[in-house]
Design a protein around this ligand. Structure first.
Ligand code: PLP
Length: 403
């Protein structure tokens, strides 16, 4: 039984009114709202267990350390990583990708080496590689899109060369809400002995992730997109690969011994967690994962898929509606006639409807379509059919104003 009202009751912000209208929050791809248990976990951690982790002999430090490491174990279980050593806490998807670009780059990339990305990447999975291109002279090879905006698998297979060192692609497009068959892409890369990073920012809240089944070499995501707090995220990496990479940042925690003559580094996962980690964020992220598991990720996915199909059907009835890609359960991007996305977004906001407009940090994809941007409605476990109706009615009303 998927009890939407019961789920909604757990999210205090959903009771808010915006301009005197009930909030219709459809900007979940940017960030999700937080259930009460996550908000309370943060308060509880600061109220009762706050102390710096790992370095203390005293009671509070040991409790905080236990909870932080327990959070790591819960993340490990959630994504089915083999060991805790493979779960590194970062600030989010962006930092996780920058970590790999920097550390994998330091260790394995040199002049003329190639990294394969795709046309539909978020800027977070483009710019870190461009920085490596400037620093190290690596080259980016870009997977083109087919007519239906899916990744062109045949073209992808031709991009491999002797110089290919890594493939880094998104699981689900943050613009089109369209999921890529990444397992096939991983298998192809592995047949060339090339490791793969999967950007899971938009897939982690919407589908069961099993990193071993995917056989991803790296999998990255942000806590705030799966009902957890901001400022915490995860880098999963295969142990052998992480062990072979240089550290990312230097500082406390990531060292074993420091002498002016020579410093040795800590073991995994601490080697990549320099400085005081966001242990409160990690504890609250684990709480968010527990919450998702209590509702059931398969149930959430089914609800969001049905809601997407329902919304798509209704949207398609609006004259001048243009939908981008083939959304499958997380987000829908569209334009209506000649209405500028920013105008549509601003007018919908006055109706209490929060959607996002613009390039969604994926300018190459927006350029591919030759448009100024899109309007994006994105879903979470708590969105309702009434909210979809309100969105469609709002768009219809705005479109009439522009006639
Ligand atoms: N990758 C994708 C596909 C995203 O959708 C986002 C955020 O929207 C990111 C990366 C960056 O995530 P963050 O800003 O949490 O680091």
């Amino acid at each position: 039984m998927y009890d939407l009202q019961e789920i909604r009751n757990e999210f205090p912000i959903l009771q808010r009114q915006i301009y005197g209208k009930p909030l219709v929050y459809l900007d979940n791809a940017a960030t999700t709202q937080k259930p009460r248990c996550v908000i309370e976990a943060i308060t509880e951690a600061y109220t009762n267990v706050n102390a710096n982790v790992h370095r203390g002999v005293h009671f509070l430090s040991q409790r905080a350390t236990e909870q932080y490491e327990d959070a790591r174990e819960r993340v490990r279980r959630f994504i089915n990583a083999k060991s805790r050593q493979e779960v590194i806490f970062t600030r989010g998807t962006t930092e996780s990708i920058n970590l790999v670009a920097s550390s994998f780059g330091d260790t394995f990339l040199g002049e003329g080496d190639e990294v394969i990305i795709s046309t539909m990447e978020h800027h977070s999975n483009i710019v870190p590689w461009q920085l490596q291109a400037q620093r190290k002279g690596i080259k980016l090879r870009v997977i083109p899109l087919r007519e239906d905006a899916s990744l062109d698998k045949e073209a992808y297979t031709t991009l491999f060369s002797e110089k290919t060192r890594l493939v880094s692609i998104t699981h689900t497009s943050n613009v089109m809400g369209m999921t890529n068959p990444v397992k096939e892409f991983i298998d192809i890369a592995h047949s060339h002995n090339v490791p793969v990073l999967i950007d899971g920012a938009q897939s982690i809240p919407h589908k069961k992730i099993d990193v071993q089944e995917l056989d991803a070499d790296f999998f990255v995501f942000s806590g705030h997109k799966i009902y957890g707090p901001t400022g915490i995220g995860v880098l999963y990496g295969k142990e052998e690969l992480l062990n072979s990479m240089n550290p990312y940042q230097g500082g406390g925690e990531m060292i074993q011994t420091v002498r002016f003559e020579k410093t040795t580094f800590n073991e995994l996962p601490y080697k990549f967690e320099a400085g005081t980690p966001d242990y409160v964020g990690a504890i609250a992220l684990a709480q968010a994962i527990d919450f998702v598991e209590s509702v059931g990720i398969e149930q959430i996915a089914a609800h969001e898929q049905q809601l997407t199909i329902y919304t798509l059907d209704k949207l398609r009835e609006i004259p001048g509606m243009r939908i981008f890609g083939k959304p499958d359960g997380s987000a829908i991007s569209f334009l209506v006639g000649d209405i500028h996305p920013a105008d549509l977004g601003t007018l919908l906001d006055r109706l209490g409807i929060a959607i996002r407009t613009g390039h969604h940090c994926a300018q190459p994809l927006i350029d591919h379509f030759g448009i100024p941007g899109t309007v994006r409605a994105s879903f979470a476990m708590y969105n309702t059919y009434e909210e979809a109706d309100t969105l469609v009615a709002g768009i219809t009303r705005v479109a009439k104003m522009f006639e």
